[in-house]
Design a protein around this ligand. Structure first.
Ligand SMILES: NC(=O)c1ccc[n+]([C@@H]2O[C@H](COP(=O)([O-])OP(=O)(O)OC[C@H]3O[C@@H](n4cnc5c(N)ncnc54)[C@H](OP(=O)(O)O)[C@@H]3O)[C@@H](O)[C@H]2O)c1
Length: 249
């Protein structure tokens, strides 16, 4: 499928772009013409491979090692993007972790790490990126349908982290709106990635809860992100858009 080339001349940074949904977003933004930097924390080889495959095909990509739990790493990633590509128009906050454990066993380390990566990093990157963005800038967060529905025990902290993005997105829309910058929150349902493989024991149970009983594809999430990143979405802001096969219906 060919996509519109409406992001030519735009520059983007994707937090957590080495695998899964993030990698699909990187590829999609490149296909639409953007120069795209992306971060990773552990998957060095995968990140390098993605950067190389994009540059070999004539696109512009930059892999940056940066831990989303670390404020300085995030700020450096924004600075490197601006330095390399000459600006920053689109920020996608995709890096996320999922820790599941019964209430009794859930550790404070996992609580703090979940909030640091799933919420605090979104705030830091948005604050830093907005300093460089001009009118038409776009911030897109990757939340989860679990912000609205968490039908299992053990996922409370993850659900809380994704609910926090709903409020953060609404509030920051008010900060950024007068500057012509939008911020939105995409809420996927089950998507086949390392975090949530479609062949896990859990998959059948999840599919029993969906109107469309299949896992989503990373490319389907990337398509919604690409819409929000494009010029046609200039009037959408502060919104949480769910793409979950009816998991929450
Ligand atoms: N899959 C689903 O069913 C689903 C559903 C709803 C929402 N989501 C959300 O979608 C986003 C992506 O999920 P996914 O399924 O694609 O997950 P994934 O396959 O586990 O990939 C996670 C990505 O985030 C990066 N990342 C994780 N921790 C990081 C850190 N501390 N610093 C920098 N990068 C970090 C990883 O980098 P490395 O490769 O270096 O580890 C990787 O690129 C997450 O926010 C997740 O909560 C997923």
């Amino acid at each position: 499928m060919t996509h519109p080339t409406n992001l030519i001349g735009k520059t983007a940074l994707v937090q957590g772009g080495s695998r899964g949904i993030g990698a699909a977003i990187v590829k999609r933004l490149v296909e639409q013409g953007a120069a795209v930097a992306f971060t990773f924390v552990s998957s060095e080889a995968k990140a390098q491979e993605l950067q190389d495959s994009i540059t070999a095909a004539g696109g512009k990509a930059l892999a940056i090692k940066a831990d989303s739990a670390n404020a300085e790493d995030i700020r450096d990633a924004v600075a490197q993007t601006v330095e390399t590509f000459g600006g920053l128009d689109i920020l996608v906050n995709n890096a996320g972790v999922l820790a599941i454990a019964p209430l009794d066993e859930f550790t404070l380390e996992d609580f703090d790490r979940t909030l640091a990566i799933n919420v605090r990093s979104v705030f830091i990157a948005s604050q830093e990126a907005a300093r460089h963005m001009k009118e038409g800038g776009r911030i897109i967060n990757i939340g989860s349908t679990n912000a609205d529905r968490m039908p299992f025990a053990g996922g409370g902290v993850y659900a809380m982290s994704k609910s926090a993005l709903v409020g953060l997105t609404k509030g920051l829309a008010r900060d950024l709106g007068p500057r012509g910058i939008t911020i939105n929150n995409v809420q996927p349902g089950p998507v086949d990635t390392d975090m949530n493989p479609a062949d896990s024991d859990f998959a059948e149970t999840l599919m029993g809860l969906m109107a469309i009983p299949r896992y989503g594809k990373s490319e389907e999430i990337a398509a919604m992100v690409a819409y929000l990143a494009g010029p046609e979405a200039g009037y959408v802001t502060g919104a949480s858009l769910t793409i979950d096969g009816g998991f929450g219906a």
